[in-house]
Structures are given as C-alpha cells and as structure tokens.
Design a binder for this molecule. Structure first.
Ligand SMILES: C[S@@+](CC[C@H](N)C(=O)[O-])C[C@H]1O[C@@H](n2cnc3c(N)ncnc32)[C@H](O)[C@@H]1O
Length: 277
C-alpha cells in the first residue's frame, strides 16, 4: 500500500470502533443477543442524512428483489444490510479500511444476517471481482478520498453488467471556495480530492456511463445538518452516533461539514447512471 492509501486508512481506523458501538448499545439498554439491523442505523450509515438518504437513493435507483448489488466503500455495512432487508437484493460490500470490514462482519453476525451479506477488504481501484457480475454498483461518500476519479468510475463500470446501474450519493467541490478542515473524510487537503459536479459528469461519461438522474441535495443537506446540530446542542450527542467514528475532533468535523454546506464549499449530489451496452 502506498503512503496516500495508508493516510486514508489512518483517517478512519481507531482500534476500538466495535467496542465503542457495543458499549453505546448496552448504555441504551439494548440486549446484544436480540439486536436488529435498524438498532445500528445511528452509527452504521456514515454519510450526510444517514438512513434517510439511503432510502431516497434506493427509490431513485428502483432496486428490484434478487439484484446483485456491490457497495463500494461500504464502511460499517449499514447501507447494504438495510438494502438487503428492505429490497431483497443480494449484497456485497467492499472497503479499504480493515477495521471497518471487521466491524461490518461482526455487526452483521450480531443481527443474524451473515448468510445474506458478504464483505471484502479491497481498494475501489482494484475490485476483487470478475467483469460484469453486478446489476447495481452503489457508492456513498467515498470518492472524496480518491485522486484518480477516472480509474474509480472505470473500475465500477468494469464489474457492472451492460445496462446495469451506478447509483451514488456524493460530495463534490462547491463554488464557494476551499473546504474548511478537518472534515469526516480528511484531516486536511492531502487526502481530500474534491472535483466539481461538472467535471465529474465528464469523467463519468468518459468511464462509459450515461447519466439518467442528477439531483443536487446541497441546500436540503444543510437544513438537515442544522437541525441535527441544534438537537445535539440541546440534548448532547446520543450514545450511538457518528461521533463514535470521528474521534476527538468529532464536533469540529461535523460543524465544518455544515459550514461547508452553508457556504457552498461542498456540493451534495444523488445520481443514477447506466452502463452503456
Ligand atoms: C465517509 S465513509 C462512508 C462509508 C459508507 N459508504 C457509508 O456511507 O456509510 C468513507 C469510506 O470510504 C472508504 N474508502 C476510502 N477510499 C477507499 C478506496 N480507495 N477503496 C475502498 N474504500 C475506500 C473508507 O474506508 C470509508 O469506509
């Protein structure tokens, strides 16, 4: 692994993610022997608007029962567990960060879904799959850490069957200027590779996709974030939440996401693309 890859992994690993999640669940009075996937939702969807955006994206993608779906940069696996339960898809998750994959496997076992979802530790740029084996490739908040965007979208194109869909919920460079750091995906600019929505459209097309739907969710994401931060200000952080993944600077990182949204320094997009035949 090269230096940049190690830095990305170091941004996400803490060495005690699973312990923190289990401790929080116990503090909430949950019985670890009778957990269900939704119990994990406050922490296992590491993207703006959490479960809400995953539901929206799934509806936008018109997922169908039995489809083979790959989540690239799946994190703790919350989205694939939800999509599997709700839409009956056959789900696979891939992530670079070993601790995330180990935690995803452990959480999936805990909620009894180990026969329904599989996880692999691998880079999005070298997916460990044959060509054209998935109906849907799904990715949320991952490409910000990847400098070579064309390689990223080409690799997802490779594993999709012709006519298959790429669906994503992602963060791009806004028109308001440079991002305030730290943010959840990077402590500073070294591992943050934001491009504008217009340039990513060109790259996606060059990678062999046609864009079917493109929804800018920046304004709404900012409203959602403001409401979430206001709630935390009144009641404090809930025992189980994204702060468990964000380390000592959790408050600053979350505050910076909201500031970046409000000042148009980042743009949030949900999109559905199709792999050309
Ligand atoms: C903000 S988290 C999002 C996780 C998940 N998609 C979600 O929405 O809950 C970003 C994830 O991207 C992963 N990631 C970053 N670069 C990657 C790469 N080159 N290949 C695979 N995963 C990567 C990180 O390990 C991390 O799990």
């Amino acid at each position: 692994m090269n230096e940049a890859t190690n830095r990305v992994i170091a941004n996400y690993e803490s060495g005690h993610i699973l312990t923190s999640i289990l401790t929080a669940l116990l503090a909430m009075g949950k019985d670890l022997n009778h957990l269900v996937a939704t119990d994990l939702a406050p922490v296992d969807e590491f993207h703006i608007r959490g479960r809400e955006s995953t539901t929206e994206l799934a509806n936008l993608a018109k997922l169908e029962r039995g489809q083979r779906l790959l989540d690239v940069g799946c994190g703790l696996g919350g989205s694939v567990r939800y999509l599997c339960e709700e839409f009956g898809i056959i789900a696979t998750g891939v992530d670079l960060t070993g601790e995330y994959i180990d935690t995803a496997v452990a959480l999936t076992d805990l909620v009894g879904m180990q026969n329904q979802v599989s996880f692999w530790q691998a880079s999005a740029l070298e997916l460990p799959f044959e060509d054209e084996v998935f109906d849907v490739v799904w990715t949320e908040h991952v490409q910000m850490n990847i400098a070579d965007k064309l390689a990223f979208y080409r690799e997802m194109n490779r594993v999709l069957r012709p006519g298959g869909k790429l669906v994503f919920h992602d963060i791009f460079q806004g028109e308001g200027g440079d991002v305030h750091f730290p943010v959840p995906w990077a402590p500073g600019p070294e591992i943050s590779h934001l491009v504008t929505p217009e340039s990513v459209k060109t790259i996606i097309t060059e990678a062999g996709f046609e864009i079917l739907q493109w929804e800018d969710k920046t304004v709404y994401s900012n409203e959602w974030f403001l409401a979430m931060l206001a709630k935390i200000k009144v009641s404090g952080p809930p025992p189980l939440g994204l702060h468990l993944l964000l380390g000592d600077e959790a408050k600053t990182k979350l505050g910076n996401v909201q500031r970046n949204l409000a000042e148009n320094r980042i743009a949030v997009v949900q999109a559905v693309c199709v792999k050309l035949q």
